[in-house]
Structures are given as C-alpha cells and as structure tokens.
Design a protein around this ligand. Structure first.
Ligand code: UFG
Length: 336
C-alpha cells in the first residue's frame, strides 16, 4: 500500500515525501511541474529510494488521477497541489478558484471511486484572516482576505461536507509560516521569480541574487513594530503530515481542522537577525510601507495538535534559518 502525495515535487510536498519514507511508507507523487522542478524529485529519491514513483500530470485531467489510482495501490492521500501566491490570486481569481477547487473536488471524487477514505489536506492559517486574539485556536472565526485564502476556506468546506456525507475522513492542516529545508542541504524551497515570502527573500539577499531586503512596516502594534508570525520548520511540518495519517489510521473520523505551528511568534526584525547570525554577516535591509493585506501578528495555539495528533514542533527559529541557509548556500540558484 502507498501514500499518494499530490504536489509532491513542491516545497512542502517533497519534504513530506522524505518524512513518509523515513516513517516506512511507500510514496507515489503526482505533479504537473507547473511550479516545481523534476530535479526536486531526483533530490528526494537520492535522499530516500529510487523507487519513489512519480505520475506526471494535472489533477484536472481525469487521466492523471486514473493512472495514479489504477497503476498504484493507494490507501491514503495528502493533497498539496495548488496555486499559492496571494497577490497573483487577486489578479487571476478564476484561475485560482478553477485550479484549487477543481483539483480538490476531482481528487475527492477519485478517492471515492477507488474506495480510498483517508485524506490530509494542506490548508493555511490564512483561513483565520486577521485573528482577534493570539494564540489562535481552531475554534477562532474563519474567513479569508484573498481569492487564494478563499480557495483554502472553500476546500475545507467541500471536504467537510464530503466527510459528513461519505466514508471520507480528512484532517485539514492549517499551516502557519513554513521555512527551513532538509538538513542535508540537498532539498529546499526554490521559488520562481522574486520571492514573496520573507525568509526566501532574505536568503536570496544573502547569496547576492537580490540587493537588499524590505521590511514591510515597523509601525505595527507589536513589540518592535514589525509583523509577527509563527515560523515552523518544514521538517516539523512534514512530520505533522505523517502524524495526521497515523491518527486517521487509528480511527480519527470525519473532518478535523488542526493548527500546525510552534506557538512562538517572531518579528520580521528578529528573523533578519537570526538569518544574519546563520549567514555570518549582516543582511542589508530598508524599512518600507506596510504591504497591503498584511496582518500585525499571528501565532498558533498548539494544544489541539498535541492532543489529536500527538505531534509538537521540535525545531526553533535558529535551526530553521541554519537549514534554510545550508540549502541556499549550496544551491544559490535552487534546482537550476
Ligand atoms: N515581510 C517583509 N518583507 C518581505 C516579505 C515579508 O517584511 O519581503 C513580512 C510580512 O509583512 C510579514 C512577514 O514578513 O509580516 C511574513 O511574510 P510572508 O510573506 O513570509 O508570510 P505571510 O505571513 O504574509 O504569508 C503566509 C503564507 C501565505 C498565507 C498567509 C496567511 O505565505 O500562503 O501566511 O496569513 F496566505
């Protein structure tokens, strides 16, 4: 039996594939390589086993899912494949709704057709919008601020309805801010174009691909005025997926939303200092206006993840940026 991982060549998918292998599972990837590299698959096979299968294709093409489920003995699924750029989603809402919702529905239907009932879905703390209080619990009100965020909100709703009406059991993992890389330095995040996210941007400054970082506002109501987020090591996040599959195998039923964070908030200025420490020299930056749509601060309540999944993050910010830097310094141009 094998675990199907959609978007398996992407940043979180590829690290999760390593964690699944390390936990003794057989892994089948599906990816259309629209925002990922086949070289990520080479890297993860080198870290694990050449036997990891990869179905190349789009989830919106019925032939892709048919091949995945008939050529392989799939008994559980993790669904990562999605468009993920918040700004782009505002420009191209129909592309985002069409791709992210269409693929989720097609995948859930294929699972039903093939009698597969255990699913872990890649969701986001973006479903909490601007939270009223921190730490954010799973009971906090949900909504969204962008078409991207709405696709996560709506996918959660679709899968919850399906879980209520059919044998599907699903864990909706609401990630906070994933950073870091596999400790080998051979697998990591490789964003296309100029990175939107803070740590990839800082890393490209550190290797000289970008001149200086920008801090989007130091006038927030936070201890140092810059935005505060809950950064989580991608390997901790990867292990949370294994824990979620184990919980489903052990009988967790219906639809269960779980926060995946460390419970610790760090500011932009603290992250810049941590990266400078890992790199061994200062990171040049300028303070600019707030980025539209950003919130002041958010971090996760972690008790529910510990209770329901038996999982807690174990790696701190210094380890995240050290591992991210090892990857970036060994691969200044990513997988190219
Ligand atoms: N930031 C900067 N400079 C940059 C990039 C980011 O100062 O160049 C700041 C942001 O203002 C924010 C923090 O760094 O305070 C983190 O920003 P990211 O873009 O790395 O992450 P976000 O928290 O904005 O976004 C993340 C995910 C999204 C998700 C969103 C939900 O990347 O997928 O959380 O809140 F939608």
């Amino acid at each position: 039996m094998a675990t199907l991982v959609t978007g398996g060549a992407g940043y979180i998918g590829s690290h999760t594939a390593v964690a699944l292998h390390d936990a003794g599972r057989d892994v089948v990837l599906v990816d259309n390589f629209s925002n990922s590299s086949p070289k990520a698959v080479d890297a993860l096979r080198a870290l694990t086993t050449p036997d990891i299968a990869c179905v190349e294709g789009d989830l919106l093409d019925p032939a892709t899912l048919e091949r995945a489920f008939t050529d392989h003995d799939i008994d559980e699924v993790i669904h990562f494949a999605a468009y993920k750029a918040v700004g782009e989603s505002v420009e191209k809402p129909l592309d985002y709704y069409g791709n992210n919702l269409g693929s989720t529905i097609a995948l859930a239907q294929a699972m039903a057709d093939h009698g597969v009932r255990r699913l872990v879905f890649s969701s986001s703390c973006t479903v909490y919008g601007q939270p009223d209080e921190n730490p954010v619990t799973e009971a906090a009100p949900t909504g969204a601020e962008s078409p991207y965020g709405w696709t996560k909100f709506m996918s959660e709703q679709i899968l919850t309805d399906a879980a209520n009406a059919t044998p599907l059991d699903v864990v909706l993992l609401r990630y906070f801010n994933p950073v870091g890389a596999h400790p080998s330095g051979t697998l990591g995040e490789d964003p296309t174009g100029i990175p939107n996210n803070l740590v990839p941007f800082l890393m490209q400054v550190a290797v000289g691909r970008l001149e200086k970082a920008r801090v989007f506002g130091t006038d927030y109501d936070t201890p140092d005025g810059s935005g505060v987020r809950d950064y989580i090591h991608v390997m901790d996040l990867a292990e949370a997926h294994v824990a979620a599959l184990d919980a489903l195998s052990d009988g967790l039923s219906g639809a269960t939303a779980v926060n995946i964070g460390t419970g610790v908030g760090n500011s932009v200025l603290e992250v810049i200092a941590a990266v400078a420490e890992a790199v061994g020299r200062p990171i040049p930056y300028e303070i600019v206006d707030r980025r539209s749509g950003d919130i002041a601060m958010t971090w996760a309540a972690t008790e529910f993840a510990a209770d329901v999944l038996g999982w807690r993050a174990s790696r701190d910010l210094d380890e995240m940026v050290r591992d991210h830097w090892r990857w970036q310094s060994q691969n200044p141009n990513g997988f190219e």
